[in-house]
Design a protein around this ligand. Structure first.
Ligand SMILES: O=C(O)CC[C@@H]1NC(=O)NC1=O
Ligand SMILES: [Fe+3]
Length: 405
């Protein structure tokens, strides 16, 4: 019989990601014990208190590496249809403006989402979620942002919430109603922000459909002033904020996010030193999204050196979305972060575990191999952790454990 459902993974090499430990917090000859979905021990097998060994269901990991379950802390995973046609148009030389005039861009995803039922959204999202899960992802953040009216934003967030009923995964949802202007808004951004603040956010908060609120601070989207109005409302509703900031220009979105104590500011290609310093002071995580940079052939890289110098924590995520980052591999995302932006192996692995958990306000529950946290593990057929960043398009996952199962 198993002692109180105790499970023990032994004879492993641990990437604990423990804060403050040197590098990856590696423990050779390590073991992880879990009971009722929580880690009760993670460390050297020789130091493990005796009770955790007795009566446990024991798995010999045969020297394999164990990391925390991976966390994709920035996705737009719930959407309908796709925009491969735009991709072809752009390859044929069409500009973004020509694509937009042809009905492309975010607006085309809005039309597709509005035409899809909640069930259809779930069905179309599951294959993308399965691709992430196949690589050991145990927590995924999912944004709305293609509904842009009350019913369709709620439909999107309900579909996102349903994902953790369909799969063994932790889903965190974010309301990104301030993503783009819907056609019916006829260019009136301030009136749309009123709709977001007076109609959408209160209803989303009342039904607990979102764990955070996000916005797109950009010339083609919303100004810092308009984002500030949305953030004031989010704060009034008791919801944490995050921001798509300084992606295509420097509107000082990073500093704005920091001023609101945002969990994270994301993209950040055009962020300056003042923004980095403000983020460091506020503890706002910099979420690096190399997939979008790569896919839209951006040339301005996020200021990784400034983040390092100012001690800004960095997360790494897929930004999985149909327009600028149709990417569903967190492993490939790490390779892009290293190859394109010079992130180190340690920064990439921290970026999809501990720092991704921090960007979701979930560091108390996951992101490292420590007692008391959810027993979310990924077990790998690799000789050294760098292999998880080095390869492009190869998945060395041996086993994925979510809440001890
Ligand atoms: O093109 C799309 O569908 C989303 C684009 C995506 N959203 C955002 O705020 N920045 C982006 O790159
Ligand atoms: Fe995004």
């Amino acid at each position: 019989n198993r002692q109180g459902g105790l499970r023990l993974w032994r004879n492993a090499r641990l990437v604990t990601m423990v804060e403050g430990a040197a590098g990856l917090g590696i423990v050779e000859k390590g073991a992880v014990a879990a009971r009722d979905g929580l880690i009760v021990y993670a460390g050297a097998e020789a130091d493990m208190p005796a009770p955790f060994g007795q009566g446990a269901e024991t798995i010999d990991c045969e020297g394999r590496w164990i990391t925390p379950g991976l966390i994709d802390c920035h996705t737009h995973l719930v959407y309908a249809g796709n925009r491969a046609n735009e991709f072809e148009m752009r390859l044929a030389g069409a500009t973004y403006e020509e694509v937009a005039r042809a009905g492309g861009g975010i607006v085309s995803s809005v039309k597709s989402l509005r035409a899809a039922s909640e069930d259809e959204l779930v069905a179309q999202t599951l294959p993308r979620l399965d691709a992430l899960i196949a690589e050991g992802v145990t927590t995924v953040e999912v944004k709305s942002g293609y509904g842009l009216d009350l019913d369709n934003e709620k439909k999107s967030l309900r579909a996102a919430r349903r994902l953790d009923g369909e799969r063994q995964v932790m889903i965190r949802t974010t309301c990104l109603a301030a993503h783009a202007l819907p056609p019916e808004a006829k260019g009136d951004k301030d009136a749309f922000v009123d709709l977001v603040n007076e109609t959408i956010l209160p209803a989303v908060a009342a039904e607990k459909l979102a764990d955070a609120v996000d916005g797109f601070c950009e010339g083609i989207a919303f100004s810092p002033e308009q984002v500030a109005r949305v953030f004031d409302k989010a704060k009034a509703l008791g919801l944490p904020v995050k921001l798509h900031a300084d992606q295509l220009s420097n509107l000082h979105g990073a500093a704005l996010a920091a001023r609101y104590g945002a969990l994270s500011a994301d993209h950040l290609e055009y962020t300056d030193e003042e923004g980095a310093a403000a983020m460091a002071k506020a503890g706002t995580v910099a979420t690096i999204l190399p997939g979008a940079y790569y896919f839209i052939r951006e040339t301005k890289k996020p200021p990784v050196d400034l983040f390092r110098r100012h001690g800004v924590k960095m997360a790494v995520a897929t930004d999985s979305n149909p327009g600028t980052s149709p990417l569903t591999s967190l492993l490939l995302t790490m390779n892009m972060g290293a190859t394109l932006f010079g992130l180190t192996v340690d920064e990439c692995l921290a970026g999809i575990t501990r720092e991704a958990a921090r960007a979701l306000g979930m560091l108390d529950r996951t992101g490292t191999l420590e007692a008391g946290k959810s027993a979310d593990l990924a077990i790998w057929d690799i000789e050294r952790p760098a292999e998880l960043v080095y390869r492009m398009g190869f998945n060395p996952l041996h086993a994925r454990i979510w809440r001890g199962q």
